[in-house]
Design a protein around this ligand. Structure first.
Ligand code: Z5A
Length: 240
């Protein structure tokens, strides 16, 4: 039995994920390939509306609670993802579980101390949520066949439109998120046969600081191989 591929686009804020997922969808449709665009958070569901109001700072939630809501927002689409792939619809997904881990694991508590021998203060940051705790709720979700990580420096991202409107859009946070994504990408490339990298599944870094057309051309070069090939392997499970 053959199935369609599951392609995830990840990246920092303003790296151009929305722009590039739309360009990719248009390209796939021009090639006659049936495609479904998904985006997480999916702000249209009841859970998604809670996430939306948290991101816009119109509500406050405990860090554990919002993390679990982001994951629940993906689980509510998990069976739809599997059905679409098995029916032959290619899925392009704007953010997925990797964002879930990278953002939550980058939240820190900062403590400042003033050593008695000095007049300056030392700042220590401690993660609020352990990395592995952040991964746990997403274990078992449908695994992507390809992750394209759109890489952009926080400085470049800040120069793009709309930056700074939502909760996590602060440079220090974005720098930590970038490191967390790097860790996820590195482990995916070197993971054991049970990881996302199994069966030729890939995490590829794309320089998103270039012109739109250059970025989309590189993305297409990676996606074309996958969508024009034949996938017979069953849909994988994340981190199982
Ligand atoms: N989050 C989380 O914490 N946990 C989770 O599990 C998930 C997410 C799934 C909202 O995500 C927040 O949720 C996000 C992560 C967290 N927080 N932060 N920070 P979102 O995906 O809904 O929102 P976003 O990350 O802010 O995405 P965005 O606004 O949609 O940005 P984008 O999609 O990466 O970029 P864009 O909209 O395509 O482009 C941004 C601007 O740059 C726009 O003006 C474009 O015209 C311009 N642009 C795009 N490409 C280029 C190039 N190549 N050159 C120049 N200008 C460009």
């Amino acid at each position: 039995m053959t199935r369609a591929p599951f392609i995830v686009i990840e990246g920092l804020d303003r790296s151009g994920k929305t722009t590039q997922t739309s360009l990719l969808q248009a390209r796939l449709e021009r090639e006659g390939i049936s495609t479904k665009l998904m985006k997480f958070p999916d702000r249209t569901t009841t859970i998604g509306q809670m996430i939306d109001s948290y991101l816009k700072s119109t509500s406050e939630l405990d860090d554990h609670v919002i993390h679990l809501l982001f994951s629940a927002n993906r689980w509510e689409m998990a069976s739809t993802i599997e059905t679409l792939l098995n029916e032959g619809t290619t899925i392009i997904c704007d953010r997925y579980a990797f964002s879930g881990i990278a953002f939550s694991a980058s939240k820190v508590t900062t403590t400042t101390t003033t050593p008695s021998s000095s007049s300056s203060t030392d700042a220590t940051t401690v993660p609020k949520l352990p990395f592995e705790w952040c991964r746990a709720p997403d274990v078992g979700l449908p695994a992507p066949d390809l992750v394209l990580f759109l890489d952009i420096s926080p400085e470049q991202a800040r120069l793009r439109g709309g930056y700074g409107e939502e909760r996590y859009e602060k440079e220090e946070m974005q720098a930590r998120v970038r490191q967390a994504f790097k860790r996820l990408g590195d482990e995916t490339r070197t993971s054991s046969p049970t990881g996302v990298a199994a069966s030729g599944k890939q995490w590829l870094v794309v320089d998103a600081g270039r012109e739109r057309d250059e970025v989309s051309a590189e993305m297409w070069s990676h996606v074309e191989l996958l969508v024009k090939g034949t996938l017979t392997s069953p849909i994988g499970k994340l981190w199982n």
